[in-house]
Design a protein around this ligand. Structure first.
Ligand SMILES: [Mg+2]
Length: 162
């Protein structure tokens, strides 16, 4: 049987959406008349194209989905998660600055899962290096999360922990 992670965690900036929520856009965010998400300047805020489908599918398949972000724009990040309708997919949101080892220690405490049961997607190499130290398998994201990247990530995980 293929070994699967119990928990899949996602970074936010340049992983689920193509910007830094603390610098490139202007919170607060809201939906306009046509249902598009906009910021204070009226700019259209979009996530990476395949992200909604990926999250929906993983949630349906029974994975525990969480966020681990080190942004300082906590309110804005939470607003965007909610406006995208992803609050129904994510069980736990760890969003605050600092080394991501802290975020994963919290996830471990809250879920009772071991680090080896978690898979993480993040665009920053420094986070991958940090999480290697505690044994969280991290997939480096290049151009946002896609179906293929998640498929490859799950395969990589299965090979490592078979
Ligand atoms: Mg990022």
């Amino acid at each position: 049987m293929t070994k699967k992670p119990k928990l899949i965690a996602f970074d936010l900036d340049y992983t689920l959406w193509p910007f830094w929520v603390d610098t490139h856009v202007d919170p607060p965010f809201r939906k306009d008349g046509s249902g598009d998400i906009i910021d204070m300047q009226g700019r259209n805020i979009k996530c990476y194209k395949e992200v909604p489908e990926v999250l929906k599918r993983l949630h349906t398949e029974g994975y525990l989905l969480t966020v681990a972000s080190r942004t300082s724009e906590i309110d804005g990040a939470l607003q965007l998660v909610k406006l995208h309708g992803w609050d129904k997919y994510f069980s736990i949101l760890e969003i605050y600055p600092g080394c991501k080892i802290t975020h994963f220690n919290k996830l471990k405490t809250k879920t009772g899962l071991d680090f080896s049961e978690m898979l993480f997607f993040d665009d920053e190499h420094r986070n991958k290096i940090d999480l290697q130290k505690i044994g969280v398998h991290t997939i480096l994201v290049k151009d946002g999360v896609t179906e293929n990247l998640v498929k490859d990530g799950l395969q990589e995980y299965a090979q490592r922990f078979q």
